[in-house]
Design a protein around this ligand. Structure first.
Ligand SMILES: [Zn+2]
Length: 491
């Protein structure tokens, strides 16, 4: 992002220089400032009247001094806690967010969603045989069950560990060498990419093994499957997450322990005693919280702002994704506080079940597909709470270009990106995006996101209040622009 931003500034400066030169025989003055007056097209000017630009500035200023989002996040994470699908805390969070949005004066609806109810149990592992083992000694391995994992016997199972680096290696070993074994997928999370600002690429590469590895191992008769944690930190933390139902116990070991097991297995036979006792309970009825601030001129046209309310159970779901929910809530809070009535309907959605199968967004799609042509745009924030860089957008190029005056408003804190995305920029808005709704993902500096993501360290202290305020400002300004620009965003 910084690179493309610098390139853009350089291009702007060069363009101004060339225009100045072509218009005058005088030697052109060298550009004095990078804060070039943004140039606006006719379509931009027509859509963003001076009054609207003034209101966007006021929304930004209000959000940058508003602690509403942080206080809501504090309640969600500290008073309510982890909000795994189907848990009592998820239910409490639904009721809490619905009541808060009602108190803001919004029309609140609870949309029924059937969610899985999986409960973590004991999770321990020891290496009970390995080369060079001291007599009577075992080595502890730190791990955590993946969502949906089945249980080992209550007193655990013991089996040889087979380490593979990729799916090809697994396949080449075949059923004969995999059957009855514990398979460890040792795909390494690329920290250098993450440090360079490309952490979601590192995540995408490694998460394939968490998602599909256990099933692939089960298909070859494995007794259990382990994956190296998809995470970026060095504090021996296991990172849980969704894994396709495999019918065998499945867990994430820490990066440190994956390396330990791989090193020992390269020397000789390694056997592990593994105990995982999670339970799959009957499905539970839960809800998406949907809250409308009705539009004054086009109530039937809808702009969605959203985050997902459910979280993993190890931490308290502060960055994933309590932060997304509370900045969406604040978009409505700011408008009410400033008494700014949206022309189109602003719809706040707190999604349920993003982490455990996306039943929430499926239910919304099922119930609202016919309204998608009147969904002007959908925004989701689900990449943390760090300093916002702008938006990744999946929409036509003219539509994205039309939003430049909005990011000009956000330029004071650097959230200027309108980065075209080939993929839907948010899991819960993916189906809207696939159905033609212009989609935006609030994009944060993700360099440290995967240090904490899906681990016990996803807690409130990781959220910097000033950065959360910037996120709330970016969300509220973009949302109000979309509700109040003259024309609905073109498709
Ligand atoms: Zn998330």
């Amino acid at each position: 992002m910084p690179k493309s931003c610098a390139a853009l500034i350089a291009t702007l400066v060069l363009t101004r220089f060339l225009i100045a030169q072509s218009q005058s025989q005088q030697p052109a003055p060298s550009p004095r400032s990078f804060a070039a007056q943004p140039q606006t097209s006719q379509a931009q000017q027509a859509n963003f009247a001076p009054q609207l630009l003034e209101e966007l500035g006021a929304i930004k200023s209000a959000a940058l001094t508003d602690d509403y989002a942080y206080h809501q996040l504090q309640h969600l994470t500290e008073n309510i806690g982890p909000r795994l699908s189907g848990s009592p805390q998820a239910e409490a969070a639904v009721n809490y967010v619905a009541a808060e949005l009602k108190q803001l004066g919004l029309d609140v609806e609870l949309e029924k969603v059937t969610v899985p109810h999986w409960v973590r149990g004991a999770e321990t592992a020891d290496l009970v045989e390995y080369p060079g083992q001291a007599q009577g000694a075992n080595q502890k391995v730190v791990l955590t069950a993946l969502g949906g994992s089945t249980s080992t016997p209550a007193d655990g199972l013991t089996a040889e560990v087979v380490v593979v680096n990729n799916f090809e290696e697994l396949k080449s070993l075949g059923r004969e060498k995999i059957s009855g074994k514990i398979v460890l997928f040792n795909e390494v999370f690329d920290k250098q990419k993450a440090a360079a600002g490309l952490s979601f690429i590192s995540y995408g590469e490694a998460v394939r093994y968490r998602g599909a590895g256990p099933k692939a191992a089960a298909d070859l008769g494995a007794a259990a499957a382990l994956v190296r944690s998809v995470g970026n930190a060095d504090y021996r933390l296991p990172h849980t997450g969704f894994s396709a139902p495999a019918g065998i116990p499945a867990a994430a070991v820490t990066a440190e322990d994956a390396m330990l097991v791989a090193d020992l297995a390269a020397q000789g036979k390694v056997r592990m005693h593994l105990t995982l006792t999670p339970q799959k309970l009957p499905d539970v009825t839960s809800y998406n919280v949907i809250a409308d601030l009705k539009g004054s001129e086009h109530p039937e046209q809808i702009v969605v702002v959203s985050g997902h309310l459910d979280s993993w159970d190890l931490g308290t779901g502060a960055i994933d994704d309590g932060a997304g929910v509370v900045v969406a809530m604040e978009a409505a809070e700011i408008l009410q506080k400033l008494q700014l009535r949206p022309k189109r309907t602003l719809r706040v959605i707190a999604w349920m079940d993003e982490e455990s199968g996306s039943a929430g967004s499926e239910a919304y799609t099922k119930n609202h597909t016919n309204d998608f042509p009147r969904h002007v745009a959908a925004i989701e924030s689900d990449s943390g709470a760090a300093h916002p860089l702008g938006f990744s957008v999946r929409m036509s190029a003219p539509a994205a270009e039309l939003l430049r005056p909005v990011t000009n408003v956000l330029e004071s804190f650097g959230a200027t990106a309108l980065q075209p995305s080939p993929y839907p920029p948010g899991a819960d808005i993916a189906s809207m995006s696939e159905n033609g709704v212009p989609a935006l993902g609030l994009e944060q500096d993700g360099r440290t996101y995967f240090d904490y993501h899906h681990s016990a360290a996803d807690t409130l202290d990781k959220v910097v209040p000033a950065e959360l305020r910037e996120n709330a400002a970016a969300m509220a300004v973009m949302a109000y622009a979309l509700t109040n620009m003259r024309d609905p965003l073109p498709r």
